[in-house]
Design a protein around this ligand. Sequence first.
Ligand code: SF4
Ligand code: SF4
Length: 344
Amino acid sequence: MNSFELKWLAFEITPRCNLNCVHCRTNASMNLKDRLGYKEIINVIDEISKEFKPVVVLTGGEPLLRSDVFDIAQYVRKKGMRVGLATNGTLVNERNAKEIKENFDVASLSIDGSSASVHDNFRGVKGAFDATLKAADLFKKEGLSFIINSSFTKRNQHDIENTYKLAKKIGADAWYMFIIVPTGRGKDIFDELISKEDYREILKWHFYLELKEKEMFIRPTCAPEYYALCDMEAKKQKIDFKRRNLKFSTGGAKGCIAGQKIAFIGYDGEVKPCSYFLRSAGNVLETGFLEIWHNSKIFKDMRDFQNYNKKCATCRYINVCGGCRARADAYFGDYMAVDPYCFV
Ligand code: SF4
Ligand code: SF4
């Protein structure tokens, strides 16, 4: 087995969603229709399980809108893989919380602010915040591990620390702070993106938080330069910084592992190195997933660090960072270009 083993697969089983988030990569809406049927989904699961045993995260859109979501989850488990549910939480109730606990190993919920006003503004629907907190409470009662994912732009960056505190208060196993990459509806919010200067300051804040935080797992996501910053800060402060391993991790101590350990399958069957990636490497309805994983140009490029832009290729942090290829593509139309957020 080479070092590019699929560890984590995000499978977007529906483009339908009951929310209207400003940054949505899928441009999800209740007006869209599912493209992949149950049979097509389990065929892909079957194929992947022959070679890899990744954690398969069912996502969307809102995956709970699919009536066969539990059947799909059961099938993933039957094939010897762990299965996660990425939900906005608004459709979780007393009745289905039990079923979610029975069928999933972990769930993730999105909370983008510490109050209803911040979160609901970001998510585009009033009441979303309260519903998501209720879902967290139900998961806690059922004993299901859950992760809080929080996405930030200029609109809510003032609330980062309080959102972390909230995730801790409600008993999340992990809190992942996402730095938004402008794709999908996110494309319209270039002006809202966190500035490069603030990005660095936020990562620095996170580093010192990670040194103190011993209960909940925390990790900035889609912020590969964090791995460079940790090394720089630790050296400056002469700290021996050891990262804890996450229970449900996308695997590896590297900033970006898109196409190296993780992959994404869109609701239309398009396969991408990660969920924020603009370009497709192939479609599971035409080509097998494994063929795309092993032989498509995009996936091969993602692993070819020496052919990244010169700045990255010659950087001492290439093996722990690598830059965000999706962000490079969104800004420069070239996923091998330098990450516009690189401050090293
Ligand atoms: S390419 Fe960028 S958006 Fe995709 S996983 Fe890597 S860091 Fe995240
Ligand atoms: S040059 Fe590339 S690998 Fe080095 S820190 Fe910047 S983005 Fe990361």
